[in-house]
Design a protein. Structure first.
Length: 209
């Protein structure tokens, strides 16, 4: 029930966010519905502003009414950074946990994508086995063993500005997927040190071949 209520609020909050984004010159109310996006979009450091800009442009999650807090936690109703980055989770539905890495990324995505109840609410036909499948892949097994150079959900799909896989601009759209894999697999430096079963170096010529 709590999820449903929260989501309803987020749908209107996201609509306001879109409105705010569409009128950059408009005065901002003091209690922002998504202070995360408002503050971040205006930060001079690219690393901190790019996520807000990409999320505000075209993102399947924003279009479903989700916000920054659905992945990062924190409190989106205050313009105070420390209160918003609510690490203790006192004023937030979910404690703030900053930038996820490695298996934290998989857990971030799996919180919804492995939850049949959540997914059914929004996309009844959506599969819920991506994290389970990932865990059985070479990427997933090596990640579990501590290798940070493998692909996670976010390397293949992005994290902000995620598109439907049927969207021609998605990095996993059929005509783009080879390039997405090649961003690592054709990079000899990134793949250095990995061996085939026979002991030879793992090739980096798959895309060219
Ligand atoms: C008033 C401005 C402001 C607000 C509001 C704000 N942030 Fe931030 N955020 C920053 C700044 C500045 C940094 C850089 C690190 C720091 O100074 O703490 C940052 C860092 C981050 C990072 C990167 C942390 C890392 O480990 O590199 C994430 C993720 C993030 N914020 C998400 C959010 C989310 C989600 C919200 C809303 C719940 C939010 N921020 C609200 C200003 C803000
Ligand atoms: C669908 C989940 C999701 C949503 C929604 C989301 N993020 Fe993120 N965010 C991530 C993940 C995953 C990473 C780590 C990405 C990576 O390592 O490539 C990340 C990283 C970041 C970083 C650090 C970037 C860096 O390169 O160091 C910032 C800042 C950030 N997010 C802010 C935001 C803000 C602001 C919003 C809302 C406008 C938002 N995020 C919405 C999942 C999300
Ligand atoms: C190595 C790249 C890669 C990784 C890692 C990856 N995906 Fe995908 N994902 C794809 C490709 C390619 C497709 C489209 C083709 C297909 O359905 O297999 C896809 C499809 C999807 C879809 C659409 C529905 C479906 O299953 O076809 C969702 C949702 C999704 N991925 C979520 C995730 C999540 C969550 C993770 C992490 C647990 C993840 N993906 C990890 C490449 C990846
Ligand atoms: C708060 C819940 C939630 C979180 C967290 C979340 N997603 Fe989603 N995601 C959804 C829902 C719901 C949809 C269905 C939207 C649709 O199909 O129209 C979706 C759609 C997608 C799609 C498009 C699937 C398709 O049918 O083409 C991809 C890809 C995707 N998510 C990847 C990710 C990745 C990667 C992460 C983690 C960085 C993530 N999601 C985190 C709820 C979530
Ligand atoms: C972020 C970088 C990255 C991306 C993107 C990536 N991979 Fe990988 N992949 C790796 C690393 C690192 C390994 C570990 C190599 C090993 O163990 O031999 C690996 C291992 C593999 C393996 C096992 C190789 C072997 O025989 O050991 C296959 C197959 C594979 N990846 C396919 C893909 C495909 C297909 C895609 C795109 C859909 C993809 N990868 C995207 C980094 C990546």
């Amino acid at each position: 029930m709590r999820t449903v209520i929260n989501t309803a609020c987020r749908v209107c909050a996201a609509a306001l966010f879109v409105l705010a984004a569409a009128r950059p010159g408009a005065a901002q109310p003091s209690t922002e519905p998504n202070s995360c996006a408002t503050c971040h979009a205006a930060l001079p450091d690219q690393r901190l502003s790019a996520p807000a800009k990409a999320f505000g442009a075209s993102d399947v999650h924003r279009e479903k009414g989700f916000m920054c807090v659905d992945c990062h936690g924190g409190n989106p109703t205050t313009a105070d950074k420390v209160k918003s980055h609510d690490v203790a989770g006192r004023d937030s539905a979910m404690a703030f946990h900053g930038k996820p890495a490695g298996s934290e990324i998989v857990a971030t995505c799996a919180r919804c994508h492995s939850n049949a109840e959540i997914m059914r609410t929004f996309a009844p036909k959506q599969r819920v086995d991506q994290a389970a499948e990932y865990a059985t892949s070479v990427h997933g097994k090596r990640l579990a063993a501590g290798d940070a150079k493998v692909a996670t959900c976010a390397t293949c799909h992005g994290a902000h500005g995620i598109r439907l896989v049927s969207d021609a601009k998605s990095p996993v759209f059929p005509t783009n997927v080879a390039g997405t894999c090649a961003s690592c697999h054709a990079n000899a430096e990134h793949m250095a040190g990995y061996k085939l079963a026979d002991g030879g170096a793992l090739p980096t010529t798959q895309l060219a071949d």
